[in-house]
Design a binder for this molecule. Structure first.
Ligand code: ZN
Length: 334
């Protein structure tokens, strides 16, 4: 099987915009994270422009928006009809408040994501919950505390966020795009499917070169990996010839990429299981075996959450058993 190739579209450097379809532009907005940039989308319509995702809350984002919008003929102060945020992660929602104030346009998210975002970013207990959860899964307390301060602190959300329903339609540059619930990477993430133009705004649900982080977090509902795998399996054959993701290259072969991602998670489940054959291990220990190399504290947290999602899935499949005596451990069954 040939690996899915990146598109020739949207190969512009970080900080710049490129046209990816008639009236549709991608802007690569820098983020102070290992991902380097987040791709936001600007779609021209008769009633104004639609923006998909806002970027991280810091000055480089605002400068990039000002320059990028100008370069495609979009007047941020006058021309924006709506802002759609795909999910609550700080590289997508972070600058939403700034962008709302700058444009005067309403911000939309999947309806369940609105209370979820408020819970994560505005609840005082969020960081404590996060730290306790990481420690319970074997992470050294000092590392967990540092990670929580970076992952769960003080993001200013828009005061007004408006709900979208899964399965509903949204006007997108003269097309009616369908709102698709895309759980896994984030429980209430949405994608937009423009059937007329054959475009899927895939958020962080389907990425190329990198695999979307599917993690079990304190705020997660059980079995995010099962819901992720079900979701992408259900997207095979969807009528979309241009996939516009939140990070990494644009690509065209939707079903090919889905098959790669399904195979990747099968391999990863096997790799995790292989670490459990010599007795019980904490999820943190498993994460340090499976995700080798010099990871930053920030990356170790994502590795742990991803490990937890896979261990939970192995238990769901009957291949591993979970125990807890203050600290959680897993071992292989049989
Ligand atoms: Zn992202």
């Amino acid at each position: 099987m040939q690996p899915v190739e990146p598109s020739n579209l949207a190969t512009q450097p970080v900080g710049e915009a490129a046209r990816v379809a008639e009236g549709v532009y991608q802007l690569k907005v820098p983020v102070p994270l290992p991902l380097v940039f987040v791709s936001v989308y600007l779609i021209q319509g008769d009633d104004g422009w639609t923006i998909v995702d806002a970027g991280y809350e810091y000055p480089d984002t605002y400068e990039t928006w000002e320059r990028g919008a100008r370069s495609v003929g979009l007047d941020l102060g006058a021309d924006v009809a709506r802002i759609v945020v795909t999910h609550f992660h700080p590289d997508h929602i972070g600058a939403a408040r700034w962008l709302q104030e700058r444009t005067g346009a309403p911000v939309y998210m999947l309806e369940e994501e609105i209370p979820n975002a408020r819970q994560v970013w505005e609840s005082e207990r969020s960081a404590d919950l996060f730290t306790g959860d990481m420690i319970r899964h074997g992470m050294p307390p000092e590392m967990a505390e540092k990670a929580a301060s970076g992952n769960r602190s003080g993001l200013r959300l828009p005061d007004d966020m408006r709900p979208l329903s899964a399965g509903g339609k949204l006007d997108l540059g003269g097309s009616a795009a369908r709102v698709i619930h895309a759980p896994g990477h984030a429980e209430y993430q949405l994608m937009l499917h423009d059937e007329r133009r054959g475009i899927l705004y895939a958020a962080d649900h389907l990425l190329l070169r990198i695999t979307p982080n599917v993690g079990l977090w304190p705020e997660s509902r059980p079995l995010p990996l099962a819901r992720y795998l079900d979701s992408i399996t259900g997207l095979r054959g969807l009528d979309a010839a241009l996939i516009l993701p939140g990070h990494g290259p644009v690509f065209h072969d939707l079903t090919g990429r889905i098959d790669e991602l399904l195979a990747h998670h099968d391999e990863r489940l096997d790799a995790m299981l292989a670490t459990l054959t010599e007795g019980p291990r904490t999820p943190y220990e498993v994460s340090r075996v499976v995700f080798r190399g010099g990871l930053s504290g920030y990356q170790k947290v994502f590795a742990l959450a991803e490990t937890l999602a896979h261990l939970e899935h192995l238990e769901y499949q009957g291949r591993a058993r979970r125990s807890e005596d203050g600290v959680v451990r897993y071992e292989a069954t049989g």
